[in-house]
Design a protein around this ligand. Sequence first.
Ligand code: ADP
Length: 445
Amino acid sequence: MKLTVKPLKQKDAGRGLAAIDRVSMNELDLENGDYIVITGKGDGRAVARVWPGYPEDEGRGIVRIDGRLRQEADVGIDDTVTIEPADVKPAKSVTVALPQNLRIRGDIGPLVRDKLSGQAVTEGQTVPFSLSFGPMASSGQSVPLKIASTSPSGTVVITDSTSIEISETPAEQVSSSGGTSAEGVPNVTYEDIGGLDDELDQVREMIELPMRHPELFQQLGIEPPKGVLLHGPPGTGKTLMAKAVANEIDAHFETISGPEIMSKYYGESEEKLREVFEEAEENAPAIVFIDELDSIAAKREDAGGDVERRVVAQLLSLMDGLEERGRVTVIAATNRVDDIDPALRRGGRFDREIEIGVPDKDGRKEILQVHTRGMPLQEGIDLDRYAENTHGFVGADLESLTREGAMNALRRIRPDLDLESEEIDAEVLETLEVTEADFKEALKG
Ligand code: ADP
């Protein structure tokens, strides 16, 4: 039986889960907690643990897995996959490699075991490990650990009695088993974005579909879209979304910062634009993300001098040239859509304009879930309350709120802690708990 891939809910990501509804589970003769192999059309293969499906998926033949598993299985949203029981053994010991710039004092083994407990891993695989603070981890984000070796070999499950060793070799030098992103592809997934399901669908339809299935467009005789314009207040997730789309389709990602191109590269702005588009073409499929488009392409009557006019003309011609060149798409973002040069908004350049608004209560809750996903939250903490009390907050504000909460937790247990220190104390990590009071304090601040 084949199931269709959909994203996992934000709160369940990062734990190697595959949410399958009851009907499909019965048909496949699966139970919660079973381990399965997920394969698509390609060579990819992901091992996951079966998890109860969401009520709205009942009977729809859906398997929900997160971005990491989609990447390992080499599948995208809406692809069909085959599910088979996985042959997994409990791990006696697993050696993990940490990223080079993550320095831990003491034994982090028990904490790693705790966080990865129940997950199936294979040598060479990269698994996310959540850290709520430290030089590499902003809140909710995770540090990539590499599985350097396992005993026994093959796919093993980490249990409470697995011994976790830390490899002397940093993760960067341990060879991968595939499934990891190529260089230049960001590692943001759809599960890292809260409250923008509809908007994400629209962006996917415009970008993912044509890039993954160009033949559909050829067959229909329509030109694939060249770009979308995301507009809305700062900090609402426009950049995040562009990165997630690039990652999901394994596309190379090039960024152009509007203000930077106009000031830092003053005098060479057009040249720089050309270079970025060239770089994108060489690495296609690729997405060119233009942040703060308004600072490049303000309405011409506002645009002061010749320079601005020439830069806009260059951008127009680069975008017009995209059709022959193939699989490069532009995503631009602005918070001042009315200031954009109408020439850029006319047909054929940005095929769609999508508004990314301030999140509502449900959106805020999802965003809070994203950013507290990896945190050792006190039992019973009620994120709903914080979603309710943060009217007007955008994603970036909610992220700072959770980060501030985690910082308060740290200060509480270690008032003398040097937050700038590169080294993290394993003991501190183990005792860390972010409480209601920490969040309250953060909200006040
Ligand atoms: P924009 O491009 O709209 O100005 P960004 O995408 O750069 O905003 O958002 C900045 C940061 O705020 C992100 O890196 C992320 O941590 C957080 N953030 C913003 N929007 C969201 C969202 N919808 N879901 C989760 N996190 C978000």
